[in-house]
Design a protein around this ligand. Structure first.
Ligand SMILES: Cc1cc2nc3c(=O)[nH]c(=O)nc-3n(C[C@H](O)[C@H](O)[C@H](O)COP(=O)(O)OP(=O)(O)OC[C@H]3O[C@@H](n4cnc5c(N)ncnc54)[C@H](O)[C@@H]3O)c2cc1C
Length: 380
């Protein structure tokens, strides 16, 4: 494993950073206030090839690796956590399952426009009664002739309000042991019977679009089944393993932003006749933040590198997601502390970092679930 970025990765980092500074960061505060979505930035990200980083050129992608993708998520998330979440979800949840498990026709139809940045896609796993326990999925898909008829409800689905299609998980049968067979089906967002409402009033990542989806007798061709009908469960576990690397990268981006803001403020703020960065109590906080950010980034890059090598990466992705999301929350909290009362004011950004970071301990598997995954890898 290389501890230095390659020339291409460094160039990508510089490009995404300067793009995010110009096109994303200036809008972050306003979008947090209004729960808006930076459509313009997504359009430009598409033009720059950022929505296709980990996909081969034959599918409209840029042919990059997972490390490059993680670098882009970090830089975008550093500029705006909500936009970073939508970016990570668009690639890891909306597009990647079709790349991993889709037929050639499905890739041409759905993946290519996403990789080119012309469309967005979503992944609808969570339901009101099935979150961590995704095996408890109640949405049903029944084969009727050449079509699946789907009924159910999904909640908190990222980007669904802007998606061309949603990959929906649904029960398609029962195994001999009585457990549900869960399959994944591609549902066009404009299919009759699909209702998408995006009215959640969220604590953080407010620049990310989050929606409820109701499916009432939605009919899709049976060719829209994604991958093996019997293996929907293991397919989404693999998808989530990959997604965790991107959530961890987003967490590193927010933590890095918190560190930079806190350091800058500590140097400027004068109390007792000197800048507060001269107080050891403040220095220790900054030193701990910097150390944790560095460790979290190393974990992200290691898990991404393992994935790129075709090696098992589930344990490392869970470790990266767990450690980076908790680092992000701690770093944002300390950044507020270093800012004192100013940190409690929205104008100074750091309270937004904390609200955004909190989601990362919940989405794509809570911290408790990450610990369970890691413990299972340890053989518990
Ligand atoms: C902003 C946002 C965006 C999201 N985007 C998407 C998306 O695009 N697609 C999608 O499908 N989902 C999405 N989600 C859903 C998200 O993945 C779930 O919220 C998450 O998986 C947790 O499920 P839950 O909220 O039902 O919590 P629950 O599963 O009800 O958990 C509640 C608490 O119990 C704990 N717990 C549960 N089971 C165990 C256990 N076995 N051992 C120990 N503790 C346990 C949890 O860790 C948590 O602390 C999103 C959520 C949010 C808030």
């Amino acid at each position: 494993m290389n501890f230095e970025l390659t020339k291409e990765q460094q160039m990508l980092k510089d490009m995404v950073r300067s793009f995010a500074e110009k096109e994303i960061k200036p809008y972050a505060q306003e979008l947090d206030k209004t729960s808006g979505f930076n459509e313009q930035a997504f359009k430009k990200m598409g033009e720059l090839g950022l929505l296709g980083i980990p996909f081969p050129e034959e599918y409209g992608g840029s042919g990059g690796d997972t490390v490059s993708y993680a670098i882009a998520v970090e830089e975008i998330g550093k500029a705006c956590g909500g936009t970073g979440l939508s970016y990570a979800a668009a690639i890891s949840l909306g597009a990647s399952p079709i790349f991993y498990f889709g037929t050639e026709e499905q890739k041409q139809e759905w993946l290519v426009p996403m990789a080119k940045g012309e469309t967005l896609g979503s992944f609808g796993l969570t339901e009101p009664n099935a979150g961590s326990d995704a095996g408890g999925t109640r949405t049903k898909a029944v084969l009727d002739g050449d079509e699946y008829v789907i009924n159910g409800e999904k909640c908190w689905i990222t980007n669904a309000g802007f998606a061309r299609q949603i990959i929906v998980t649904a029960v398609t049968g029962k195994k001999d042991n009585g457990r549900s067979i869960i399959s994944a089906i591609i549902v066009p967002a404009d299919a009759p019977g699909v209702t998408i409402s995006c009215n959640y009033d969220k604590m953080g990542v407010r620049a990310s679009n989050t929606c409820e989806i109701v499916l009432e007798n939605v009919r899709v061709p049976k060719e829209n089944l994604l991958g093996d009908s019997q293996k929907g469960f293991s397919q989404f576990l693999y998808t989530l393993d990959g997604g965790r690397i991107s959530i961890a990268a987003l967490a590193v981006g927010i933590a890095q932003a918190a560190l930079e803001k806190a350091l800058q403020y500590a140097k400027e703020r004068v109390q007792f006749g000197q800048s507060i960065s001269k107080f050891q109590a403040i220095q220790f906080k900054l030193a701990d933040m910097a150390t944790e950010v560095e460790l979290a980034r190393n974990l992200v890059h290691k898990s991404a590198w393992l994935k790129d090598q075709g090696k098992p990466f589930g344990k490392e992705a869970a470790m990266a997601k767990l450690f980076a999301s908790e680092t992000s929350f701690r770093a944002s909290n300390q950044a507020i502390q270093i800012h004192g009362g100013y940190g409690y004011m929205k104008e100074y950004d750091v309270e937004r970092f904390l609200r955004d970071a909190k989601l990362l301990e919940i989405g794509e598997g809570t911290s408790e679930i990450q610990r369970l995954v890691i413990a299972r890898h340890l053989g518990c």
